[in-house]
Write a protein that binds this ligand. Structure first.
Ligand SMILES: [Zn+2]
Length: 228
């Protein structure tokens, strides 16, 4: 998989069969800063309740039926209250999204982003979006602190969030404040890991084609806040 993606990236789009090549868009359609500005402008519309992106949905669907050029990638929680297209006021074909509880970095998720970078080529931004009162984070904190395990495959999520828990001292924080601190730490850690664990992501960032940022979504305000 890695080799295949690398070969495609090295060979460029000319190495793809013609129908496939026609389906992909080539390089980024905007700079990373422009992509971030577009997402944040979309979030301001979401907060204000003035969503526009899906107004011409049928036309947009037809436009992208034969190829996609998503300008940004999003890794966010599976939580039903965190739908990225709505939060950022974008529509079909705009965002390349992986969702999993706790917005953790799994091999399939990282491979998906690598695929988008190497084979689609258009995303200029990867945003790792944690959120207020994340249940996966709250439960992981409880399990880590009580030295217990979650049942079945839920434990894999707990183990992925554990580094953010152990790296964050609770001190005098209340349980709610501590959950918020770990949500932020986890998003930043995952953003860092996407670069550290992937030569494809690292190369795109090094060439300034891609920026990776961490952010936090407020369930009550609807507002996305970038994390340092
Ligand atoms: Zn969550």
């Amino acid at each position: 998989m890695w080799g295949a993606a690398g070969a495609l990236a090295a060979g460029g789009f000319a190495s793809l069969p013609r129908p496939v090549r026609a389906a992909y868009g080539g390089g980024p359609t905007m700079t990373p800063d422009e992509a971030l500005a577009r997402l944040m402008a979309g979030n301001r519309k979401f907060v204000a309740g003035t969503l526009k992106a899906t107004d011409a949905l049928a036309e947009r669907r037809a436009d992208v039926a034969n190829g996609q050029r998503p300008f940004a990638m999003v890794l966010c929680c599976a939580d039903s209250r965190v739908p990225p297209e709505q939060i950022f006021d974008q529509t079909v074909g705009d965002l390349f999204v992986c969702r999993v509880a706790g917005n953790i970095l799994e091999p399939g998720g990282l491979g998906s982003f690598e695929y988008a970078i190497a084979n689609i080529g258009s995303p200029a931004l990867l945003i790792v979006l944690g959120h207020q009162n994340c249940g996966a984070v709250t439960d992981s904190i409880k399990l880590v602190q009580s030295h217990q395990h979650a049942p079945a495959s839920i434990q894999a999520i707990v183990e992925a969030i554990t580094p953010a828990v152990t790296a964050t001292a609770q001190g005098a924080m209340s349980a709610g404040e501590y959950t918020e601190a770990v949500v932020r730490a986890n998003a930043k850690l995952v953003a860092h890991e996407t670069v550290a664990r992937s030569a494809i992501v690292k190369k795109a960032v090094g060439e300034h084609h891609l920026k990776v940022v961490a952010a936090r979504y407020g369930l009550d305000s609807g507002r996305v806040t970038l994390l340092d």
